[in-house]
Design a protein around this ligand. Structure first.
Ligand SMILES: [Zn+2]
Ligand SMILES: [Zn+2]
Length: 161
């Protein structure tokens, strides 16, 4: 995403969080906004630990508890989405500026790939009609082995660490 688009997305996200906190009578602390910024600085999927690591580089001291609480808040105001990709831990991704997509998980290197297939929308609609169900979202992860040359190499590096 171009730098400028990413910045305006972040501004939009901050406004939404700000409005949400005011509505809920919660304090608009700098820590909460720091967590939001860190989440929106992540290139794609991230885990709470990634955020904690990133925030350590910043000027504000943000506790683990605050990171976890804020992740809950950000989910409630639909700024991030929790995705159960089955990578062994909870994975989040930002919700603004992302189009509907599903995931492929490599069981060897743990890398997550994204794909978008409009036929899934047809499945949602036809299953919804058939079963009398108002489908709101779906979660689909295909897992297997990626065919990248780096795949095995990356796994070897991870074992060394
Ligand atoms: Zn792989
Ligand atoms: Zn994704």
């Amino acid at each position: 995403m171009p730098q400028k688009a990413a910045e305006s997305l972040k501004e939009k996200a901050k406004e939404r969080l700000s409005a949400y906190l005011t509505d809920e009578g919660l304090r608009r602390t700098p820590e909460r906004f720091a967590v939001l910024e860190a989440a929106y600085d992540m290139p794609g999927h991230f885990e709470p630990e990634d955020l904690i690591r990133k925030l350590k580089e910043g000027p504000l001291k943000v506790s683990r508890a605050t990171v976890y609480n804020t992740l809950e808040l950000l989910q409630q105001c639909q700024l991030i989405r929790r995705r159960d990709i089955g990578a062994g831990s909870v994975t989040y991704e930002r919700a603004l500026g992302f189009r509907q997509h599903d995931h492929l998980l490599c069981l060897d290197c743990g890398k997550i790939f994204e794909f978008c297939d409009p036929r899934l929308h047809t499945v949602e609609e036809s299953m919804g009609r058939l079963l009398g169900f108002d489908v709101i979202e779906h979660n689909l992860t295909l897992s297997g082995r990626c065919q990248r040359s780096e795949c095995g190499k990356k796994r070897a590096e991870q074992t060394e660490n």
